[in-house]
Write a protein that binds this ligand. Structure first.
Ligand code: PGA
Length: 243
């Protein structure tokens, strides 16, 4: 099955020049039939959009405004993003939920904005810890983000299951094991009763990518840190091509 791999560059590389260099190296990777989405920081979108043009790589964004009106200082609307060629947008990443206080309600509004602009939303879900009650937390988070959507819209979404404690920017992080990640995905699917694409995210690297990509529950992976190294990212893509 053709896998989907989304690169979340987060707030990196530090300069436009380095971002351009990374895009040029990434464009040269032989991606085969895998679908690769690159999500650079907002200020680099236009430049990276032209670097990716003519390649198989797809442009994504890391966030979207929760509406289309003008009174949203500092935001980028769906219309602006799609005007730059953005086709996918990450929504509700844990770093925005936990560090910036993004609520379930805002996540839902952003999801509606992305769908209205014709983009594919990549909705991030994941518990903060594995302490007692984590399953209920995941159920509520899933329901809050997705319950307003009908089945056709839900099927247009991609869901990224990213346990917060496994994301490499958190202290002591290491990837979840596939069995427990699958158990979490089952909780999510039970809430929505449709089967959108499901990605695993959280410290995915060339060494552990096969564990997730060979599991049929996952349609791909969302990669943070390892996507900033073109060689490491290329190795993850090679594993995806073998599936
Ligand atoms: P990581 O990031 O691969 O560096 O853990 C994943 C993410 O937060 O999207």
């Amino acid at each position: 099955m053709d896998k989907l791999i989304i690169a979340n560059w987060k707030a990196a590389p530090a300069t436009l020049e380095e971002a351009r260099d990374l895009a040029r190296k990434t464009v040269h990777i032989d991606v085969g039939d895998t679908k690769i989405v690159i999500c650079p920081p907002m200020p680099y979108l236009e430049e990276i959009s032209s670097e990716l043009s003519g390649s198989q790589l797809i442009l994504g964004a890391q966030d979207i405004a929760p509406g289309s009106e003008r009174g949203q200082t500092g935001e980028e609307t769906g219309e602006m993003l799609s005007g730059l060629g953005v086709q996918y947008v990450i929504i509700g990443h844990s770093e925005r939920r936990w560090k910036l206080g993004e609520s379930d309600e805002i996540v839902k509004q952003k999801l509606i904005s992305a769908l209205a602009a014709g983009m594919t939303p990549v909705v991030c879900l994941g518990e903060k810890t594995r302490e007692a009650g984590w399953e209920d937390f995941l159920r509520v988070q899933t329901k809050s983000a997705l319950s307003s959507l009908d089945q056709t819209e839900l099927n247009k979404c991609v869901i990224a299951y990213e346990p917060v404690w496994a994301i490499s920017t958190n202290p002591g992080a290491q990837a979840d094991n596939p069995e427990s990640a699958v158990a979490a995905v089952k909780i999510i699917l039970k809430e929505i009763s449709v089967h959108p694409k499901i990605l695993y995210g959280g410290s995915v690297n060339p060494e552990n990518a096969r564990e997730f990509l060979s599991n049929q529950v996952f349609d791909g992976v969302l990669v943070g840190g390892a996507s900033l190294d073109a060689d490491a990212f290329s190795k993850i893509i090679s594993v995806a091509k073998e599936q």
